[in-house]
Design a protein. Sequence first.
Length: 322
Amino acid sequence: MGTNVRLAVVMDPIERIKYAKDTTLAMLLAAQLRGWSLHYLEQSDLGLRDGVAEGRARPLAVRADPADWCTLGPPQTGPLGAFDVILMRKDPPFDTEYIYTTYILERAEAAGALVVNRPRGLRDMNEKVYTAWFPQCCAPTLVTRDMAEMAAFARAHGKIVCKPLYGMGGHSIFVLEPGDKNARVVYETLSEDGSRFAIVQKYLPDIVGGGDSRVLLVDGEPVPFALARIPSADDNRGNLAAGATGVGRPINERDRWLCGQIGPALREAGMLFVGLDVIGGYVTEINVTSPTGVRELDRQFGLDIGGLLMSAIERRLGARER
């Protein structure tokens, strides 16, 4: 694969990223190191004209400089299919606008671009619900609108976790103890009085000492280290965005088994960069939209996970040329 690869990234405003933690920046630095040309778009820059996916892209240069990490050139509108690779790194919420964006990117894919992760997979693999395809990997889980079923689940399993299906970063995640008088209000809030699906899971106490581990898969294969996100003393959530502390650890045999169960399906679906959330040996979420954790693992273990992803992309591009 030559160095004339044209890579576009769709992301949230790059000037507002947290330099030390941003996984997308690590990917872009790895691509630029290969001599690939970078181009930047936000969701508002995308559109469809007579069935052709178009974008208002700006040339992008990135730097490993915490004070000045990017330079953008003037925008130019053109077909998204002209790019070799499009990284879809827009953060959730996974709302209707996000779904519309996947339609546009699917038209770009049809025109020849390799979209990472694949638009159809982004639509099909809801990060909470897709765990249902691998029940052998998961703790007891219920997806329902029925508040009475949520209450019955709580009675059966004691302490539970309740969360919406569309969020990220620990937003609107509730932990309910047996007999919690707020339970009914939580069920009403998450299900909007029974009009929306929500998810409830058995609480896994291992999160207190072992954390909520992010196991990253690149083209279906696990990175050899995971990021255990330890909740703060006054919070239940193992999310870095919610104040958890990221501590790296080698992946264990259970992690490898989980990846062996889930990884092949991800690879087949064109999901090249995915994060499994693992608590106590059970998968709680399969993150396909914009998984993070790369900068912390790279820093702690001298890895180049962005480079691993670019190598996987090169292999995919090379297979197309044969």
